[in-house]
Design a protein around this ligand. Structure first.
Ligand SMILES: *Cc1c(COP(=O)(O)O)cnc(C)c1O
Length: 412
């Protein structure tokens, strides 16, 4: 059974004073996740996590991660500004963009960020905008399919990201000749993986390329960026990833391929988003109406504008009906929002306890790619974000949008 990180009684207290819907984050859980990650990779002395800002771009959350030693992975000018506003600079920022807009490399480099080049064709733009850069990361796409054993995990050959094998070798030569001193290699080949083997399998592919680059260009890389893609158990019967096993798995491949070949100072970095935050956030919503037609519908006060993943990916998010956890799950419901859009469903044909108007629902695992993907379709406004602090008190970390916010950019 999947249980929320907050007790029913404590949640009811918050709901009594905070209008629903809202996103609630668990500070203790975020800190523990970061500490476990650092511990799992402590064998690599300069290890660093660059939290993927796009997953949860909320300053209070970013500051918690900053306190735990994390840097930030940004992909746009505004994300760079956000990182700057919370005081990040230099080695604390990774800029992993694609189809990079003019001026963004300049902005990133002036903050001291490390830029990841997504395309061979971006090299002239990068060198022109960032003549002072001494370090660069290259994003690798091996093409074909990415499989683990007999399981096909994803299709890099159909992905817009990264450079081919030959382009990587050319890029190292060109950039080295242009004065770049330190190189990193980046790859993100599968998303939301629920297996302890993804990072180790990915690391093996990248480390092999590290050796080939050294052989063919004479350049020994400085770091490898394993990026994001370590997933979480959204479904109750899935076994969550064990970050300690993942760290050990990468350690093993590192020793086998790199240390055995005389490379023992290469730094490992990550850009996890979902793994860090998803289980540490919930969307709390109230049941407004029940409706019985060809199916039984539960209408909530949240919509896909608060959590888009079910609507766009058909993603599963577990739902707990607060106070009814131990009742029989013998009713079949579609749990919906109020958008004029039939995809606006948080759950389709889900077995739940009997629901009444006024019930509070917890939609699980919304801490990453949840509020962040919010939008204002149908004039629905972004909800508040609340932080549950270690002493069990709460703090509003982003207020709910108002109609005035919505009208702000309109020209009447
Ligand atoms: C989205 C993204 C991440 C984070 O992915 P998760 O699945 O949230 O771990 C990391 N790096 C880059 C470049 C991304 O685009």
């Amino acid at each position: 059974m999947k249980t929320p990180f907050i007790s029913d009684a404590a949640l009811k207290k918050i709901v009594a004073t905070t209008p629903t819907p809202f996103h609630l984050y668990n500070e203790s859980g975020i800190r523990q996740t970061a500490r476990d990650l650092y511990k799992a990779f402590s064998w690599n002395p300069r290890f660093k996590e660059y939290f993927a800002v796009k997953a949860t771009p909320t300053p209070a959350i970013l500051k918690i991660l900053q306190e735990e030693g994390c840097g930030f992975d940004c992909a746009s000018s505004v994300e760079l500004k956000l990182a700057e506003k919370i005081g990040a600079k230099g080695d604390a920022i990774m800029f992993t963009s694609n189809d990079t807009a003019p001026g963004e490399f300049m902005q990133a480099t002036s903050l001291g960020a490390t830029c990841t080049l997504d395309a061979y064709e971006l090299i002239p733009q990068f060198l022109e905008e960032s003549p002072q850069a001494k370090v660069v990361s290259l994003r690798y796409n091996p093409g074909g399919t990415f499989s683990m054993g007999s399981m096909i995990m994803d299709m890099p050959g159909e992905s817009k990201f990264g450079m081919t094998h030959d382009q990587i070798l050319e890029a190292v030569k060109d950039l080295h000749a242009a004065g770049i001193e330190k190189f990193g290699l980046h790859a993100f080949l599968a998303s939301n993986t629920v297996t302890n083997d993804y990072y180790p399998t990915l690391a093996r592919q990248i480390f092999e390329l590290v050796l080939e680059i050294r052989e063919k260009t004479g350049v020994t890389l400085d770091f490898v960026n394993l990026s994001g893609g370590v997933g979480i158990a959204y479904e109750p019967d899935q076994t969550p990833n064990d970050i300690f096993k993942i760290g050990e798995g990468v350690h093993h491949v590192y020793d086998e391929l790199l240390v055995a070949n005389g490379i023992d100072k290469l730094r490992i970095v990550t850009e996890l988003g979902r793994f860090m935050l998803a289980p540490n956030g919930i969307l709390v919503t109230k049941v407004l109406h029940l409706k019985h037609t060809y199916r039984d519908y539960v209408g909530t006060d949240a919509t896909a504008a608060n959590l888009m993943r079910p609507a766009i990916y058909g993603a599963y998010h577990h739902i707990t009906v607060v106070g009814k956890e131990s009742q029989p799950h013998d009713h079949l419901y579609d749990v919906t929002g109020s958008l004029c859009e039939n995809k606006d469903k948080f759950a389709i044909q889900r077995q739940l306890p009997e629901i009444e108007e006024g019930d509070i629902l917890v939609i699980h695992d919304t801490g990453a790619h949840g509020a962040a993907m919010g939008y204002q379709y149908n004039g629905k406004l972004r909800s508040a974000e609340i932080l549950l602090q270690p002493d069990q008190t709460t703090r509003e970390i982003r207020r709910a949008e108002t109609a005035e916010d919505y009208f702000q950019t309109m020209i009447f």
